[in-house]
Design a protein. Structure first.
Length: 176
């Protein structure tokens, strides 16, 4: 079960963090290469990604709790905390910031100070989310390695060796 949870968390983290990095790269490139298309496409990309990452955040949090319940380790508590920070940023972006930005954009007010303020807030939230997920990725790697590691033979406690017994040998005899 630990292996399955570790695999699920690793995959979820990869989809979440990878999607976030792809979103950053693609939107930045789109604005740099074709601004009119970017103005139309980027908001749709952010709205779609917001729903997607909420689902991933839920899976990451639930799976981490399940893994923590089966294997009580401080590493898993720290991993849950990082996923929680990223999830809070995700929910803030999806439920508060993006809807306000969308209303302003649809009203033709994307050049207003209010829109720029919201854009700045969204960037701060996305960067905080990305930072939390980056650190979480290191913990996921450590957790997966420990969940899939074979027991170390050097750390095992083998039974103490027992001296051979030879009924034909008696104390005081030198050899046969």
């Amino acid at each position: 079960m630990r292996y399955g949870l570790a695999l699920l968390i690793g995959l979820t983290w990869a989809l979440w963090f990878g999607g976030l990095m792809a979103l950053f790269l693609l939107v930045s490139h789109l604005f740099a290469s074709d601004r009119p298309t970017a103005v139309l496409a980027a908001p749709r990309m952010f709205v779609a990604f917001a729903r997607y990452q909420i689902l991933l955040a839920a899976v990451a949090l639930v799976a981490t709790v399940a893994w923590r319940l089966t294997t009580p380790r401080a590493l898993l508590t720290a991993l849950f905390s990082l996923f929680a920070v990223a999830a809070v940023a995700t929910v803030l972006i999806a439920s508060v910031i993006t809807p306000k930005m969308e209303r302003l954009r649809l009203a033709g007010e994307s050049a207003t100070p209010e829109f720029r303020r919201l854009h700045g807030q969204s960037m701060i939230a996305y960067v905080a989310e990305a930072a939390a997920l980056l650190v979480a990725g290191f913990l996921v790697g450590i957790g997966i390695r420990s969940a899939t590691a074979l027991p170390d033979a050097a750390n095992a406690n083998p039974p103490a060796p027992t001296p051979p017994t030879d009924p034909a040998w008696a104390p005081g005899e030198t050899s046969r």
